[in-house]
Design a protein around this ligand. Structure first.
Ligand SMILES: *Cc1c(COP(=O)(O)O)cnc(C)c1O
Length: 375
């Protein structure tokens, strides 16, 4: 993991927001970094520590267990729980001092009861569904739900939030409409005499392209890790990939024209060539759908050359092969980059493009078996 790129992205995002928001209202919003899914595969405790050093105030997780991992790792900052906990996780949620999204009376009562039993209190953020259709109360019900929440023992209303399904789209309309709907719901909460706490909405797409949605806090994820959420937004901000997946060649051989490579014999050498084997596969999170499609960046020590080589045949569970061509001088232990920030090689966005998915999934795939090294 290139932690200097993580810091670069955080500073880039902050700089972008500070320039625009100090011009508009004089103060820049706080930042809550999504470290769910082990920080999109990057390592949640390590990313959280850097984000907090860089002035971020909150962290976002999807499950109680992810929050507990941060607490066990010594993270003391407020942790927002973006997903809903199961009934049997509620006490652990309270004990780990997580700050859950809530969207209805029943779930908030479970939290209130658990807080009471444990002699604790729980700060919650009311989630309003302004158009995502996932979790949240209806905007029209927000003030009534907020009134129910503040009446419960052991529960305080510390924030109000919404989430955007299309902030990274080419059309700004849907996000502007959602922002207006959300702002009206927040205004209704205030009109009911209730202080909403921290008001927040913006994921990466909205941080990049929707200043009207920034409110008091931002909630970026993928942009912190160096990728745009989609290819539909203008690339107005430079971001650098944080994750680099590397391996080293484990075996090299010369093969004759027509030699079959890997399961299914789906690859046949077009000419006499050199085939190198890499000691990782789909169990490490290098997708099997990259078979005969993906490329890697080879760093040849003997020649000092770096070049791309295509995957030869199917990606196996623990190994796969590349065709480095007849003139290659690769050796066992030469380094190979599967994806990362080097512009000469593939990045997670290129791989996502080959597979019809998004860079989020590519970095999340990298499995526990792959050691994380922080530089
Ligand atoms: C994951 C998530 C984010 C971050 O989204 P990105 O697209 O990665 O910036 C923000 N808010 C919520 C509720 C999320 O679940």
């Amino acid at each position: 993991m290139h932690l200097e790129n993580l810091r670069f992205n955080l500073r880039r995002l902050r700089g972008h927001v500070e320039r625009a928001s100090t011009a508009a209202h004089g103060t820049a919003p706080q930042m809550c970094v999504a470290v769910k899914a082990d920080a999109y595969g990057h390592g949640s405790v390590q990313v959280a520590a850097v984000a907090l050093q860089e002035g971020c105030t909150h962290l976002g997780v999807a499950t109680v267990e992810e929050g507990a991992t941060l607490r066990a790792g010594g993270i003391e900052a407020p942790i927002l729980l973006y997903g809903l906990a199961a009934d049997e996780e509620i006490e652990a949620l309270v004990r780990n001092r997580l700050t859950p999204f809530v969207a209805d009376r029943h779930y908030t009562e479970l939290l209130s009861d658990a807080a009471h039993r444990l002699g604790a209190s729980v700060a919650v953020h009311l989630k309003i569904d302004s158009g995502m259709g996932r979790i949240g109360c209806r905007p029209a019900d927000a003030a009534a739900v907020a009134r129910e929440i503040i009446a419960m023992r052991g529960v305080t209303l510390a924030g109000v939030a919404t989430h955007f399904p299309l902030a990274d789209g080419a059309d700004n309309g849907p996000t502007r409409e959602q922002t207006a709907r959300f702002a009206a719901a927040v205004a209704a909460i205030r009109s009911a005499g209730i202080e909403p706490g921290i008001v927040h909405a913006a994921n990466s797409g909205a941080v990049i392209g929707h200043p009207e949605s920034w409110f008091d806090m931002l909630r970026p994820g993928i942009s912190v890790y160096g990728y745009y959420p989609s290819d539909e937004q203008p690339r107005s901000l430079e971001l650098k990939p944080v994750m680099e997946l590397r391996s080293r060649i484990s075996f090299v051989k010369k093969v004759e024209a027509g030699a079959p490579i890997s399961y299914g014999m789906t690859y046949r050498a077009q000419r006499a060539t050199t085939i190198a084997t890499l000691p990782l596969g789909y169990a490490d999170g290098y997708n099997r759908l990259l078979s005969n499609r993906g490329q890697v960046l080879v760093h040849e020590r003997a020649s000092g050359r770096s070049y791309r080589a295509p995957i030869a045949g199917r990606v196996c569970m623990d190994q796969f092969m590349i065709d480095v061509g007849p003139d290659a001088r690769v050796q066992r232990e030469d380094e190979v980059v599967l994806f990362g920030p080097d512009p000469a090689g593939p990045d997670a966005e290129e791989i996502a493009g080959l597979l019809g998915t998004i860079p989020y999934e590519v970095t999340c795939w990298v499995s526990k078996r792959v050691p994380r090294i922080y530089v």
